[in-house]
Design a protein around this ligand. Structure first.
Ligand SMILES: C[S@@+](CC[C@H](N)C(=O)[O-])C[C@H]1O[C@@H](n2cnc3c(N)ncnc32)[C@H](O)[C@@H]1O
Length: 371
């Protein structure tokens, strides 16, 4: 069957209609006419794969990755990078309008860097001497010899992995090129963001795109300077990265994080950078709401994909800090939380960052100002 693709959905799949029912088509771009295969009917939609491209889009490119078809980890390798960035901007506009009634003019232009070799970490899987990535939504291994997204130095290691472990994590430090392999004894590396140095344990969260991370942290620091922030809360602080980055321009920071190893890293990072005005607390933010008090004029939040617990939103609306900076890797939960925070806050801007090129994911930084 031949279909014409109207637009992309938020996961980068082509959208068409069959008998008035929506159909999602993998590996298809807007305006394209494609022949589809493996058509499956679900309750509310159809899904299908592209068999053959009859009329390609002018934005179509040949994927640079030889494993693209099987792996499925990158949903946009067949689209040129400029179109990807435009689509991500548009996606943020649509989500913010739909779930939080935020007008388009609040969404700034996307900030992007290199489309490939930007990742400082990869998690590989091993089954019966096959090393690779999981095929999309399965536990089936796609053997790979390289990945287009990861740092070139990590790529050179993939073919020499000698371990029986089922999960293998490779991580490289920004500007230090120190490498940690989960089978090795050396599981801790140092990494720089700007002029700050961070110790990162293998399992602790650390942003995977160092160049974009530096841009986000720099924007946060500039905002804190402009807003003359004094007492700052850094919620979901991981290894203390943001709080330490901005510590030079504020009076005091408290970081809260639930992962024990990350808090240990954070304390070490404080020492390494000779920062004296930051403290850390271990625990879930939603269980430590008594720490979220009126002494804080500025709150930085960088939660996992699930966004904020309702208790945390309520607490913020109670202590009403002057400014909230929200870093998010999931626009849907960001929109949900902004919708609640808008009760007392005005959105100054939402700025998308292409932290995850060639995939459908996008990071946002949002500044909220007390009305
Ligand atoms: C997106 S990361 C941000 C880390 C840090 N701000 C950074 O830029 O590296 C989210 C962090 O929240 C932590 N986390 C997840 N759920 C949490 C919770 N309920 N309370 C506190 N921290 C949590 C995770 O361990 C992770 O370190």
């Amino acid at each position: 069957m031949e279909v014409t693709i109207e637009k992309l959905d938020h996961y980068g799949r082509g959208i068409t209609r069959i008998n008035d029912k929506i159909c999602f088509v993998d590996n298809a771009l807007p305006t394209e006419i494609v022949e589809i295969k493996n058509l499956e009917e679900k309750k509310k939609y159809f899904q299908a794969e592209t068999e053959k491209i009859i009329k390609p889009s002018i934005n179509r490119i040949t994927p640079i990755c030889p494993f693209a078809k099987e792996c499925g980890g990158c949903q946009l390798l067949h689209m040129d990078f400029a179109s990807e960035n435009k689509w991500k901007e548009q996606k943020i506009k649509e989500i913010m309008k739909k779930f939080a009634n935020i007008s388009e003019n609040k969404i700034q232009n996307i900030i992007a860097e290199s489309p490939y070799n930007y990742r400082n970490k990869i998690t590989l899987h091993q089954q019966k001497n096959k090393v690779g990535l999981y095929k999309n939504k399965t536990n089936e291994i796609v053997e790979i010899t390289e990945c287009a997204l990861i740092d070139k130095k990590l790529n050179s290691l993939i073919n020499n992995i000698k371990t029986k472990d089922e999960t293998i994590i490779l991580r490289i430090g920004n500007k230090t090129d120190e490498i940690a392999i989960s089978t090795d004894k050396k599981k801790i590396i140092t990494s720089y963001i700007g002029d700050k140095k961070y110790r990162v344990s293998l399992q602790s969260f650390f942003q995977i795109n160092s160049k974009i991370t530096e841009k986000i942290y720099e924007a946060i620091k500039e905002t804190l300077k402009t807003k003359e922030a004094q007492n700052v809360l850094d919620l979901y602080c991981g290894t203390g990265t943001i709080g330490i980055y901005v510590s030079d321009v504020v009076k005091k920071v408290l970081g809260i994080e639930s992962y024990k190893e990350a808090i240990e890293d954070a304390k070490e990072n404080k020492k390494m950078n000779q920062v004296n005005n930051i403290t850390f607390k271990l625990g879930k933010v939603e269980n430590l709401t008594q720490e979220i008090t009126k002494i804080y004029d500025t709150v930085i939040i960088d939660p996992p994909r699930s966004g904020l617990d309702k208790k945390v939103v309520d607490k913020l609306l109670e202590i009403i800090p002057k400014n909230i900076l929200y870093v998010s890797c999931d626009p849907i939960t960001l929109a949900r939380d902004l919708n609640l925070l808008q009760k007392k806050y005005e959105i100054e801007y939402i700025r998308p960052y292409n932290m995850f090129p060639r995939t459908y994911h996008v990071e946002c930084l949002c500044l909220l100002k007390l009305r």
